[in-house]
Design a protein around this ligand. Structure first.
Ligand code: G3P
Ligand code: CA
Length: 249
């Protein structure tokens, strides 16, 4: 296991701590930090003017008061939207952050990050390349290096070419018999998968092959404890405060 992998904690906040604050906002990162979380996961994609924004969906409807495809809107238009009220009126005025906004806040709070490259369809290579190159150039030296991840092998391959020193995790919703080939193709050090689709046999196989293994989105403490018992290294959770401590191995 790599040096970076050995320093990742077992509990990682999902989209910040999105059970407690609107996902992928600065408030969500602050909520994670307030809960004692040391690393957070978030999603990065490109706006129409090629700016890196923190947003999960391709469209703006669910998590902002805007509509339509984010990839067709310029950053200034996206940042005029309210990304907090949909979650709770107390978060009115939260904006869709840029990657630089996130980097700055993570540095202030001393948090590490699992950065998901979340391209809109057709922009897989471009998004992977831009995000990785930007992180390689601008990530604070006083934080642990970020761990990149994506469901898109093309994005991770582009990230690897742009910033080979940044480590990568392959996101697999359901790790099938071809998991090893896919992970190796992108030079991944870790596999992140949906816990609902992971068997104990597959978990053991991945771990014994030398990959770190994490599961998303685990929101129930007993389930996290069972996964830790299988040897799973970490869980990505909306509710870090509900997670048990991972026993030392
Ligand atoms: O990185 C794990 C998880 O965030 C992947 O699924 O849909 O929440 O981005 P999603
Ligand atoms: Ca994600």
């Amino acid at each position: 296991m790599s040096q970076l992998e050995t320093c990742l904690p077992a509990i990682i906040g999902h989209r910040g701590a999105c059970g407690h604050a609107p996902e992928n906002t600065l408030a969500s990162v602050r909520a994670a930090a307030a809960l004692g979380v040391k690393w957070v996961e978030f999603d990065v994609k490109l706006s129409a003017d090629d700016q890196m924004i923190i947003l999960h969906d391709d469209s703006l409807e669910r998590t902002t008061n805007g509509s339509g495809a984010a990839a067709e809107r310029r950053l200034a238009d996206i940042q005029a939207l309210d990304a907090g009220s949909w979650f709770d009126a107390a978060f009115r005025g939260e904006r869709v952050p840029t990657l630089d906004d996130y980097i700055s806040l993570l540095r202030d709070l001393g948090l590490g990050a699992v950065v998901e490259i979340k391209p809109t369809p057709g922009r897989e290579v471009e998004t992977g390349q831009r995000v990785a190159a930007h992180l390689a150039a601008h990530w604070p030296g006083d934080l642990p290096a970020p761990l990149l991840c994506s469901f898109k092998p093309a994005s991770l391959a582009a990230a690897r070419a742009a910033a080979p020193a940044l480590e990568r995790a392959m996101l697999l919703s359901s790790p099938g018999d071809d998991w090893h080939r896919i992970a190796e193709q992108v030079g991944a050090c870790a596999v992140h998968c949906n816990h609902l689709n992971l068997s104990k046999i597959r978990a053991v196989e991945i771990i014994q092959a030398g990959f770190a293994l994490r599961c998303y989105t685990v929101n129930q403490g007993p389930r996290a404890a069972a996964l830790f018992d299988w040897g799973v290294d970490g869980v990505i959770t909306d509710y870090p405060d509900r997670m048990p401590t991972r026993p030392a191995t």
